[in-house]
Design a protein around this ligand. Sequence first.
Ligand code: SF4
Length: 358
Amino acid sequence: MTTVTQPGAAGPAPDAGAGPDDAFLSVRDLYVRFGTEDGVVKAVDGLSFDLARGRTLGIVGESGSGKSVTNLTVLGLHDPRNTEVKGEILLDGQELTGAGERALERLRGNKMAMIFQDSLTALSPYYTVGRQIAEPFRKHTGASRRDARLRAIEMLEKVGIPNASLRVDDYPHQFSGGMRQRAMIAMALVCDPELLIADEPTTALDVTVQAQILDLIKDLQQQTGSAIILITHDLGVVANTADDLLVMYAGRVIERGTVREVLRAPQHPYTWGLLGSMPRLASNVAEPLTPIPGAPPSLLAPPPGCPFHPRCGFSGDVPGDRCRTERPELPAGRGAACHLTAEQKRTTFTEQIKPRLG
Ligand code: SF4
């Protein structure tokens, strides 16, 4: 599994499939802060994980949890003028935090690529779909125009666009939303990147197309053996796609494990809340979803103690004032950053939360 440590944690899990030795991407003690008119935003607060080739890591959390900022930082797409980045990001042994823009540009689209959430803004309306797929291929491989066009057609076929040799000359507005998302995947994969970051890749799509796109990403991974980070606010999306899972809140990982472990026996009240707010196929359609009360904290001044305490319905089960004053650390290996005892986490989930999930 993917290993994650935070300051205070006892180190990586001993059973980790992607330990530092076989990790393709290794993030160590990453802090990302950026200046705004209102103050300094602590967007990522001491994050570490390893990801091996051929594995998919899901990162789940609400907006502002730090999941997208983490990945933009890995790609070097943050604004260096107002962003402070501390820690290590090693991609195949190469340190990225201090790398110059040229080196990062060489890696982006070639060794690492990103599928963005919104294909309408990520694709230029002024160029044909084929040209937008072919250009990065020419740039990174030096291929001729003709070969790059053939490669674009091949990629469109690979992502399931019918009549690819004709549709290659279409403009983005001539594609449906699902086809544009496929074209963006073709664009991201055209240079066979070894690390693919997909940021909410299916949010704007209907459920059927969503399932097709996720299957497509999985199939392509099986062919290429790439490492994938899948960022989403929806635990349903990672359920069938990811191997390992990080749940992020207020810039920190608050729960981690394999997807199976976290979905079968979640340990953190925030993860319980995410599960309770997810639509369920088997449930009565009239049964209302249970949103997590309140809103994510401001990262200008995160709450002291456990950052989830203002929204947590279980802080009364922890003796004294610990939830408001003492920050819970993430243990090594499978676990959650919460002061509830292991027994409390298990019985609360089994007796109170699980029956409500149906
Ligand atoms: Fe809730 Fe306390 Fe656990 Fe935080 S540490 S999630 S406030 S019980």
